[in-house]
Structures are given as structure tokens and as C-alpha cells.
Design a protein around this ligand. Structure first.
Ligand code: NAD
Ligand code: WQD
Length: 341
């Protein structure tokens, strides 16, 4: 089975490509490299001992996408390609809607032209917005995310729902990721943010390796156990395997049409202080931090109810927080400058 992976050179994409290869799927990666490096694909090929077809291109370029569908006999698409920085999305919202919403529509149109119906979408816990109580469960109504980035994910879920209503052949899965962290245990592929990291773990790891002076902890006066925000952190390799599980689910359910959402998380919340402690323990070194003001748009606490994915996809996030920290550190210390080395 041949899978087109858009955004496959990125953080979650590269780990998923590896899992796909390990599970005997053939992979074509389509990526414009706006936030990634081709080096990730070279390293995935080495880890898997298999070849990946790579095409550099933008999902908004329908002609180029169409060429890819003509050249390769694609059976399914896993769609990671998107811009993903929450803060940046408030500065350049039009780029986010153009890339994430319009780009997805272009991809879906080209899929339709080429009669490819199997589609897995990178959604996010952010679609639950502020309105819903934790733990988040798939039966909840989608909320109103505080950023254009989050809104773009809600919009695409709406596009998929409408497409599924109109096209009886469409077979879509939205995977709502919680907070992916960590790296492949080889320490050769991992998260390689450009500039100052927005997310917690890359920031902590860069402090540990001496690239940043200290971590700013965004608020310690939230209504949580220790006052810092709580999130559902899951290992990126568990998340990668969630995509394989979703593809297997589509293959097992040949009668299925429509669109189905699954939360991919551990079901546990962990605070920022607890993450810092766990990282210190894993590397046996102190992480300098200071408490700074709250970051706009942060919710106090959220985590997944992951029962649906556990039961229907036969998937469970199994790697421990300790393993997430160790693997983050192996990647960061082996590659202090990411793929640029
Ligand atoms: P990433 O930036 O590492 O990967 C995205 C990839 O898409 C990059 O390789 C980038 O070059 C590519 N890309 C972006 N725009 C493109 C375009 N127009 N055409 C072709 N390629 C394009 O991000 P990631 O963390 O791996 O995220 C992957 C997906 O998962 C995204 O859709 C993101 O919104 C979603 N997601 C991420 C998280 C997270 O915390 N990392 C959580 C929930 C959902
Ligand atoms: C985690 C916690 C921060 C950095 C974001 C997106 C979400 C999803 C995942 C894509 C929060 C705190 C962080 C720092 C800190 N992405 N923090 N100092 O905000 O839960 O989720 O990424 O869909 O949509 O919003 O993740 O890693 O940025 O933050 O104290 O330097 O760490 O306040 O509580 P977040 P994060």
C-alpha cells in the first residue's frame, strides 16, 4: 500500500514515515521544507533501511500535487503539512488560513480528481477550545480556539465533515493530538524548531544543552495542583504508531465511509513544574528557570479521554514520561544544532 505523507519531513511526519516503513507501507513524502530539512528523510531511510520517495512541493500547488498522484499509485494520504506556531498565527493569520485551510482544500480536490478516498488529518486538542471540560472526549462539540492556528484546525474538521456528507466514497480520520514530545530512541531524528522554541520541551532541552540561559515558566498561579498548567504529553513514537493504527483501521473497515475523530493522548495531565523535574532527573542536571507572566491563550489544564482510540484503533500511548525525557535528551545532546550539525 502506498501512502502520500504531506509534511513528512517535519517533526511528527518523519517519525510517522519511519513507523509506516517499519510496517511495510511504501511512502511518498511531499513537503515544501518551509519548517524542516531533507536531512530528516535521509536519516529515516537509514533507520528503516528502506527508500522514501521525496517530492519538494507546496500543497497549494495543485498541478504539482496532481503530478505526484499521476506518477505514484497513491492509496491513502496522511496530511501533516501545515504551519503550526500559535503565536505567529496571530501575527500572520492570512498565511495560516491560506496554508492550513486553503492548502488542505487543494489537496482534497486533487485527491478527489484522482479517486483517492483514504485521508488521515493532523488535528489537535486545540479544537476543543475553551468551552469544554476535561478530559476531552470526541463526542464534545468543537469549541472556539483562541488562535488563528487553532481555528484553522476547526475549519478543516468542518471541511472534512461537509465533504463526507457530500461524497459517499470519502473515508476520513481526524487524529486530535495532545502534546507530542520526545524523539526516536536512536537520537537521530527529533524536533528541530527554527529560532526560539515556542513549545515547552524543545525549550527545556535547549536550556539543558546550554543554548538558552533559562526557561521562563508561563505562570504559577493557575487553579492546578502546583499552579502551573497541565498538559497531556505523549511520546512522538506512540503518536507515529497511532497513524499506522488509523491506517490499519481504515483497511480493516472497508465498509466505512464518512469521517471519524480520535483523540491521541495518554489520558494524564502533567504540570510544567513536573516536566522540569522529570527532565532534571533524566539528565541528572539542574534546569535553570524563572516564573514569568502567563502566556496569552493558555488554558490551565487539559488532557485526553483516549478510550475511543484504545478500543477502536487498538492503540495506546505506552511510553513513560521518563522515556520521553531520555529520548528528548538523546536527540538534543547528539544534535545540539538540530539537523544543521
Ligand atoms: P512541523 O512544522 O515539524 O511539520 C510540518 C511540515 O509541513 C514541515 O515539514 C513543513 O515544511 C511542511 N509544510 C508546511 N506547510 C507546507 C505546505 N504548504 N506545503 C508542503 N509542506 C508544508 O510540525 P509538526 O509538529 O510535525 O506538526 C505536523 C502536523 O501536526 C501539523 O499539521 C500540526 O498542526 C499538527 N499538530 C502538531 C502538534 C504539535 O504539538 N507538534 C500538535 C497537534 C497537531
Ligand atoms: C506547554 C505548557 C505553557 C513554553 C501547543 C499548541 C497546541 C498544540 C501543541 C498544535 C504550557 C508552558 C511553554 C515555555 C512554558 N499544537 N510553557 N514555557 O501550548 O499546550 O500546545 O502545542 O496543535 O495547539 O497550543 O504546548 O509546549 O507550548 O506549552 O511555561 O517556554 O508549557 O504555558 O502550559 P501547548 P506548549
Amino acid at each position: 500500500m502506498k501512502v502520500l505523507v504531506t509534511g513528512g519531513a517535519g517533526y511528527i511526519g518523519s517519525h510517522t514515515v519511519l513507523s509506516l516503513l517499519e510496517n511495510n507501507y511504501d511512502v511518498v513524502v511531499y513537503d515544501n521544507l518551509v519548517n524542516s530539512s531533507i536531512e530528516s528523510i535521509d536519516r529515516v531511510e537509514k533507520l528503516a533501511g528502506k527508500k522514501v520517495e521525496f517530492v519538494e512541493g507546496d500543497i497549494c500547488n495543485k498541478d504539482k500535487l496532481s503530478q505526484v498522484f499521476k506518477q505514484f499509485k497513491i492509496d491513502a494520504v496522511i496530511h501533516f503539512a501545515a504551519l503550526k506556531a500559535v503565536g505567529e498565527s496571530t501575527q500572520i493569520p492570512l498565511s495560516y488560513y491560506q496554508n492550513n485551510v486553503h492548502g488542505t482544500v487543494c489537496l482534497l480536490e486533487v485527491m478527489q480528481q484522482h479517486k483517492v478516498h483514504n485521508f488521515i488529518f493532523s488535528s489537535s486538542a486545540t479544537v476543543y477550545g475553551e468551552e469544554n471540560d476535561v478530559p476531552y472526549v470526541e463526542t464534545m462539540k468543537l469549541g472556539t480556539p483562541s488562535s488563528p492556528y487553532g481555528a484553522s484546525k476547526v475549519m478543516v474538521e468542518r471541511v472534512l465533515a461537509d465533504l463526507a456528507l457530500s461524497d459517499p466514497n470519502f473515508r476520513g480520520v481526524s487524529l486530535r493530538y495532545f502534546n507530542p514530545i520526545g524523539a526516536h530512541e536512536s537520537g537521530t531524528i527529533g524536533e528541530d524548531p527554527k529560532g526560539i522554541p515556542n513549545n515547552l520541551l524543545p525549550y527545556v532541552a535547549q536550556v539543558a544543552v546550554g543554548k538558552r540561559d533559562k526557561l521562563g515558566i508561563f505562570g504559577d498561579d493557575y487553579p492546578t495542583k502546583d499552579g502551573t498548567c497541565e498538559r497531556d504529553y505523549l511520546h512522538v513514537m506512540d503518536l507515529a504508531q497511532g497513524h499506522v493504527a488509523a491506517l490499519d483501521w481504515l483497511n480493516r473497515h472497508s465498509e466505512f465511509s464518512g469521517v471519524e475523530a480520535f483523540n491521541l493522548g495518554t489520558g494524564n495531565g502533567t504540570s510544567v513544574f513536573a516536566i522540569v523535574k522529570a527532565f532534571e532527573l533524566a539528565i541528572n542536571k539542574e534546569i535553570k528557570f524563572e516564573v514569568s507572566p502567563r502566556r496569552a491563550g493558555d488554558l490551565p489544564a487539559f488532557w485526553a479521554n483516549a478510550n475511543k482510540a484504545n478500543q477502536q484503533l487498538n492503540w495506546q500511548a505506552s511510553r513513560t514520561l521518563e522515556k520521553m525525557m531520555e529520548d528528548t535528551w538523546r536527540w538534543q545532546s547528539n544534535n545540539p544544532n538540530g539537523y544543521l550539525a
